[in-house]
Design a protein around this ligand. Structure first.
Ligand SMILES: [Zn+2]
Length: 687
């Protein structure tokens, strides 16, 4: 989505990869005459193109878009929805179709030269997008449109377009606009660089004795045998690193891992971050905002940094006491291992926490893993989607970029309504995160949606790919974004099909969907071990009892990150001492000591993608909790509730304010009360 991606703030929103593209449902959308034809299932990009073809395609797309923009700018009227917005809509579609695949390629392509070419391609587009976002000619055309008789969605879309142009600085003089454009480009380049530095900085801890892997799962040890020189290398990639924190008995090993991970992106990202924050601040000031956070929050549900700050503090206050209790309980347990311990350090927390959990709740997550074999989990998530929303997911016979990538299509009433690729297992050079990427936004009558999921789950290597329950939750979360993209492709205007909805809403549907991996009826359909035994109810009950275990600590950690992303964007970039500020906030929001010698902010990738707005995760959890109240009351398998949700929330996204759509679904305004209640209940169960 497009005009939005053009303005400074919007360029940011596009970088934010962890998100999906929402859209609208035709219930509210009756825009310009639209043939009652099925939306065409258009071909996707050439995902197996060689480097030369890829670069040539990028160049020709660029030239094509440039000439289209010039043609639109040259139009002399009369200015109507038909004459102005329809060509702009076509342009929007072409822009995203040209841009999304190169963008995704930067995270999926194993070959470094190819990845670099993809990034160069992405960067090549940015000036063009900025020109478009600051085009006075197009802005004046849109402003001139007479909206008399236009339907409500079209009116909303045109008004939002005008607003977006104005907040980008379109009405400034030539010199200022040139400055804004240069800043936007610089911000984009620096954000990409910040991310790339993190991605490329994979560190290793070397171990010379298998005995030091004591405590780790058998399959992990089997996969980490010494090389010809007798060295075992453990990388900071997630599947390598996290088991060390949870299970390794060797305290030094966990400490080394923490140090390795806590220094990723450092020191190279220090100047990059300083420059990035500096450019953002400059842009905000030119556009008349006090800080970049004010600019970045203006079109969010939350509205202002002041409101975000008090929201973050409120959430922290709700969980702080419990987080302290949780910490003290871990310390008590740790003293059984080290009677002289005075505190639990961050690299010890996961390990002790895992032990105590096994004792308190009489199960360990190793046992649980036996029931989550990758292929079954994948099939189970497909089945859940089919059951809830009445669609069918089938294989899609198409080339893929890696043998482990699978391709699928979603079908409803015999028609393909969307397609997606799943790139779910680790490989060298691939992004470390779990991310949903929109590859095509669905636009009614033009194209059905396409998505790409990129994760690093076990499996695909001939093993059963045993997953942690938390990984199953992540899978469903990311799949939630995918579902959102699939179901949002029913709007005619590309502008309201995509990310034009408030970005602090976007995580909520995925977060709500996580509730289904805590539903036994759902789990028992796919949680089966290699002997075909279903996850026992008694074991599930223990997992459920343990669900809120150390939850306050984790929420407190999230408020720390939210506070950091906000503080970095409201402080003076020239004088900010990242380590000092970060430590100060850690001590305010977390209940654990900080670890000297680490620089976590240097690999806090969300600073690029989410800028000041990391609060989004907690905010959208509040929305998720509120939306879930309806499923709780009406049943997790209630098809009617699911359909209402699909229509009013998933499908309705960009065509009206999120507050309206929530009110429509809930029958009352959205409130953070349900989330506060959840946290209070969790606190009680933790005591
Ligand atoms: Zn997400």
């Amino acid at each position: 989505m497009n005009l939005k991606l053009l303005s400074g703030v919007a360029a940011i929103s596009l970088i934010c990869a962890a998100c999906s593209e929402p859209a609208t449902h035709e219930e509210t959308a009756t825009p310009t005459p639209e043939p009652v034809l099925a939306t065409p299932v258009t071909p996707g990009p050439d995902v197996t193109a060689d480097l030369e073809t890829f670069v040539a395609k990028c160049d020709s797309d660029f030239a094509n878009l440039k000439s289209k923009i010039e043609a639109i700018e040259a139009f002399k009227g009369p200015y109507t929805v038909e004459s102005v917005m329809v060509p702009l809509n076509e342009l929007d579609v072409e822009i995203s179709n040209a841009y999304y695949w190169p963008y995704i390629t930067t995270a999926t392509q194993p070959d470094e030269a190819y990845r670099d070419a993809a990034m160069a391609c992405v960067q090549k587009f940015i000036p063009l997008f900025n020109d478009l976002g600051l085009s006075q000619k197009i802005y004046h055309q849109v402003k001139e449109i007479d909206l008399t008789g236009a339907d409500v969605v079209t009116t909303f879309m045109v008004e939002e377009t005008i607003k977006s142009y104005e907040s980008s600085g379109v009405d400034k003089d030539d010199e200022t606009r040139a400055q804004i454009k240069a800043l936007n480009e610089e911000i984009f380049r620096l954000s990409q660089l910040f991310d790339k530095n993190i991605r490329d900085d994979v560190r290793y801890v070397e171990v010379e004795d298998v005995a030091r892997l004591s405590g780790l799962p058998e399959d992990y040890i089997a996969n980490h045998q010494p090389d010809e020189n007798g060295i075992i290398r453990i990388s900071t990639s997630y599947p390598d690193m996290f088991p060390v924190f949870s299970y390794a008995d060797d305290d030094q090993l966990r400490y080394d891992m923490r140090m390795a991970n806590g220094n990723r992106g450092y020191p190279v990202n220090e100047n990059v971050l300083r420059d990035l924050l500096g450019k953002r601040k400059e842009l905000a000031q030119i556009l008349g905002y006090q800080t970049f956070a004010h600019l970045a929050m203006e079109d969010r549900m939350i509205g202002t940094p002041e409101r975000a700050d008090s929201f973050i503090k409120d959430i922290n206050a709700l969980v702080r006491g419990t987080a302290e209790l949780e910490r003290d309980r871990l310390l008590e347990r740790y003293r059984q291992i080290d009677p002289t311990a005075e505190m639990v350090m961050p690299w010890q927390r996961g390990y002790i926490s895992e032990k105590l959990r096994a004792e308190l709740y009489a199960y360990d997550s190793q046992q649980v893993r036996q029931y989550f074999q990758f292929d079954n989990v994948k099939a189970g998530i497909f089945q859940l989607t089919q059951d809830l929303f009445g669609v069918e997911i089938r294989d899609w016979d198409t080339p893929v970029w890696d043998p482990l990538v699978s391709a699928h299509e979603m079908v409803e009433n015999g028609q393909v309504i969307g397609r997606f690729y799943l790139d779910l297992h680790p490989r060298a050079g691939k992004d470390q995160h779990a991310t949903h990427y929109t590859l095509r936004s669905g636009v009614k009558g033009v194209q059905t949606p396409m998505s790409v999921l990129v994760t690093n789950f076990p499996g695909g290597d001939g093993t059963p790919g045993l997953m942690e329950h938390a990984q199953v939750e992540t899978f469903l979360h990311e799949f939630g974004h995918l579902i959102h993209n699939m179901f949002s492709g029913t709007q005619t205007w590309a502008y309201v099909t995509g990310m034009s909805m408030e970005r602090d809403f976007v995580e909520a549907p995925s977060q709500m969907l996580e509730e289904w991996v805590w539903d036994y009826e759902t789990l028992k359909t796919f949680a089966v071990n290699t002997d075909d035994e279903v996850l026992p109810r008694a074991l599930f009950d223990k997992m459920l009892a343990a669900r809120n275990y150390n939850r306050a600590t984790s929420v407190a950690g999230q408020t720390y990150l939210a506070a950091e992303s906000l503080a970095f964007h409201t402080s003076d970039p020239e004088t900010i001492d990242f380590d000092a500020l970060s430590t100060e906030l850690w001590e305010t929001y977390s209940v654990y000591p900080s670890v000297p010698g680490t620089h976590g902010w240097a690999s806090f990738g969300h600073l690029a993608g989410y800028s000041s707005n990391y609060y989004t995760y907690q905010w959208s959890l509040a929305i998720a909790a509120d939306m879930f109240t309806r499923f709780e009351a009406e049943g997790l398998r209630n098809k009617q509730t699911a359909m209402d949700y699909r229509t009013k929330v998933l499908g309705s996204a960009g065509s009206r304010p999120a507050d309206d759509m929530l009110e429509d679904f809930l029958g009352r305004p959205f409130s953070v009360e349900a989330y506060a209640e959840d946290l209070k209940e969790a606190a009680q169960s933790a005591q």
